[in-house]
Ligand binder design. Structure first.
Ligand SMILES: Cc1cc2nc3c(=O)[nH]c(=O)nc-3n(C[C@H](O)[C@H](O)[C@H](O)COP(=O)(O)OP(=O)(O)OC[C@H]3O[C@@H](n4cnc5c(N)ncnc54)[C@H](O)[C@@H]3O)c2cc1C
Length: 361
């Protein structure tokens, strides 16, 4: 599958409230790639009684939609969905196919890539289009460049030069949804897919409560790093003090600005297994490559160095406020409001400045 492949496909998920936030972000990712390629964005939507979602997808950036609207697809069942989506790929040969790097996206994308067969770049945070040449493989025009953090401290660029579609899962939070444009027009095509026969079937879907804390949905994220363990002289501090200030900052933001705030943390702080933080900070608070990707209106990085694996999970925040004793800390390269100083001195001032209680308990 190479030469004849065309179009940038995005797999769109939906829930009771319509297309999910991840799907709207994926449409923006697809739009960026398609515009660079001069191709169309095609949304793939499976489900039952979902016709209005096609129009929504068009308003958010799709040029076309392939709609599989059948009772058999009312609830997600991976075996059936994989067969259906694979049959579309085999018949129509997209150039690029993007999925959200969430539970369903990862489930589908890996199995479809295996069946095609083609490569799959997982957890990408950026997508570009470039020409690429290699002395052994040759020259390739307009390849999808799939950018993701690697296991060390670098970003990896992944190419799929010889197989189509070029497939990637995109980390939620990496792209901003496009504003809704009610005047946009697109071609919606209904596709019939026959119900398959499978040894299992889904009888009930139970929705779990959203994760606590809901970092990805927060307007403001206040994250703590290893710096909370000591003051600037190196003297050990009780990290619960910093945590309490973070809670006061959260309360002040919520009371004064009516924004939803959550407390995040670096992996280093979580893995340090600090007894005093038990029950306060756990893996659910982790922001970064192996935690949650966030894109809040304001991100507070408190006592955080700004290692690449942390940055990729928060660098798209609209505004970044960083407090660090080290003026050379990498976090300052991306901070809009750098505060060089001891968090135990600066954090109380910050809390007071936005109307909270900046006194120690
Ligand atoms: C495969 C892999 C995946 C990873 N995934 C993640 C991930 O998802 N999320 C993540 O966060 N990390 C992740 N990491 C770890 C990452 O590489 C860093 O080790 C980690 O982010 C560092 O955390 P930190 O900033 O809290 O600690 P440090 O790097 O130790 O930084 C502490 C900072 O606090 C400052 N400081 C010290 N005292 C004070 C004070 N009193 N006041 C103000 N500032 C002070 C210091 O100057 C320093 O800059 C991953 C690593 C690998 C290898």
């Amino acid at each position: 599958m190479t030469d004849e492949a065309v179009d940038v496909w995005v797999y769109l998920q939906h829930g009771k409230a319509g297309l999910t936030k991840d799907s709207l972000e994926l449409l923006a990712a697809g739009r960026k790639v398609a515009d660079k390629l001069g191709q169309r964005v095609v949304g793939i939507i499976l489900g039952h009684k979902i016709e209005e979602l096609a129009e929504k997808a068009v308003h958010h950036g799709a040029d076309g939609v392939l709609l599989v609207d059948e009772l058999a697809f009312e609830t997600y069942f991976n075996l059936e969905y994989i067969d259906a989506v694979y049959s579309l790929v085999a018949a129509r040969k997209p150039y690029v196919f993007l999925f959200s790097a969430n539970e369903v996206g990862k489930d589908l994308a890996a199995r479809i890539a295996y069946r095609v067969p083609t490569g799959l770049a997982t957890d990408t945070v950026q997508l570009e289009v470039e020409d690429w040449s290699n002395p052994v493989l040759g020259q390739f025009k307009n390849l999808l460049i799939q950018v993701r953090p690697d296991f060390g401290t670098r970003l990896a660029k992944i190419y799929t030069p010889r197989h189509r579609p070029q497939m990637a899962t995109v980390r939620p939070g990496s792209f901003l949804p496009l504003p809704e444009d009610l005047g946009r027009k697109g071609k919606v095509e209904k596709v019939e897919i026959k119900e398959g026969s499978y040894p299992a079937k889904v009888t009930e879907v139970v929705e779990l409560p959203s994760p606590v804390p809901d970092l990805a949905g927060a307007d403001v994220v206040i994250s703590l790093g290893l710096g909370i363990l000591r003051d600037r002289t190196g003297r050990p501090r009780d990290p619960r003090e910093a945590y309490q200030y973070a809670e006061k900052l959260k309360a002040a933001v919520e009371d004064r600005y009516h924004l939803r705030a959550e407390i995040g943390a670096t992996r280093a702080l979580i893995y340090a297994d600090v007894k005093a933080l038990e029950g306060l900070i756990s893996e659910e608070n982790q922001v970064g490559q192996t935690g949650t990707t966030v894109r809040p209106r304001v991100y507070f990085a408190i006592g955080i160095s700004g290692a690449l694996q942390h940055r990729v999970g928060m660098q798209n925040s609209s505004k970044i406020v960083a407090i660090n004793t080290d003026p050379q800390a990498p976090i300052f390269k991306i901070a809009h409001y750098p505060i060089v100083g001891d968090l135990y001195e600066e954090l109380p001032k910050l809390v007071s400045a936005i109307g909270g209680d900046g006194r120690a308990n």
